[in-house]
Ligand binder design. Structure first.
Ligand code: ADP
Ligand code: MG
Length: 248
């Protein structure tokens, strides 16, 4: 039996994944404590999104295992469903259901997966929409609201499942520049709630403020990992030095 109390929120052991013989993840080992906030940085194509997708089970590694609070994610059935319920994911391109209203987007999973009654799901949805400042948009469709508002709805949708782990994949990279700062502030405020956070981002100053630890990924490997000041101010590898230089 695993001891859930002492288990890391996320544990990756020896993850390997190739797409048509191209290695994408080349041996990833990682342990994330409950409540820890991690930023994942690295060049485009280094495998960051694929890593996140393995954590929440959207992608299956060829080798290695993912544990969520000590439970192997690969196990079929109830424990897999339960593990995935404990995670919310925010995508770069929001990924809202275009044929559903904002309110329906947020109530869908609590009803279908969480088994809540519609009225209860709507009550929770309205609370979550309020937390991200889009209460007034409940009856709109995604195409009627801005990208920044859509991303806020996507965050409300994740929060409605009361996740213990929040995975964010470049949550601001598709937003207009003037919307980025307020989105980063919103994410920072959620991070105060004790959720375990794994956030892929190119916003280095945000990563510095948000993260307890930053991981630098390149070519399918975690090349460096450390506190923000260690990793950003005293990078060890030439790879990380040159990556940071490209960000200016
Ligand atoms: P990052 O998020 O760091 O930019 P990704 O994890 O998206 O990197 O992608 C890593 C590499 O894997 C890229 O070269 C990408 O083209 C490739 N890749 C990602 N998903 C697939 C897929 N479903 N099929 C084939 N190749 C993929
Ligand atoms: Mg990506």
């Amino acid at each position: 039996m695993t001891d859930a109390f002492h288990s890391p929120a996320i544990e990756l052991r020896g993850l390997r994944l190739a797409f048509s013989a191209n290695p994408i993840l080349s041996g990833i080992d990682l342990s994330v404590a409950a409540g820890e906030r991690l930023a994942l940085i690295g060049p485009s194509g280094s495998g960051k999104s694929t890593l996140l997708r393995c954590v929440n089970g959207l992608e299956r590694p060829d080798e290695g295992e993912v544990f969520i609070f000590g439970e192997p994610l690969a196990r079929q059935g109830r424990s897999r469903v339960q593990a995935r319920r404990r995670m919310g994911m925010i995508f770069q391109h929001f990924n809202l259901y275009s044929m559903k209203t904002v309110l329906e987007n947020v109530t869908l999973a609590p009803i279908a997966v969480g088994g809540l009654k519609k009225t209860e799901a709507e009550r929770i949805a309205r609370t979550c929409l309020g937390r991200v400042d889009v209460s007034t948009l409940a009856d709109k469709y995604p195409f009627q609201i801005s990208g920044g508002q859509q991303q806020r709805v996507a965050i409300a949708r994740a929060l409605a499942m009361q996740p213990e782990i929040l995975l964010l994949d470049e949550p601001t990279s598709a937003l207009d520049p003037e919307l980025v700062q307020s989105m980063l502030e919103l994410i920072q405020s959620l991070a105060g709630d004790g959720m375990t956070i794994l956030c892929v981002t190119h916003e280095i100053n945000f990563a510095r403020r948000l993260a307890d630890r930053i991981l630098f990924m390149a070519e399918g490997r975690i090349l460096e990992s450390g506190r923000p000041d260690e990793l950003l101010d005293r990078p060890r590898s030439e790879r990380l030095k040159s990556f940071l230089a490209t960000l200016g």
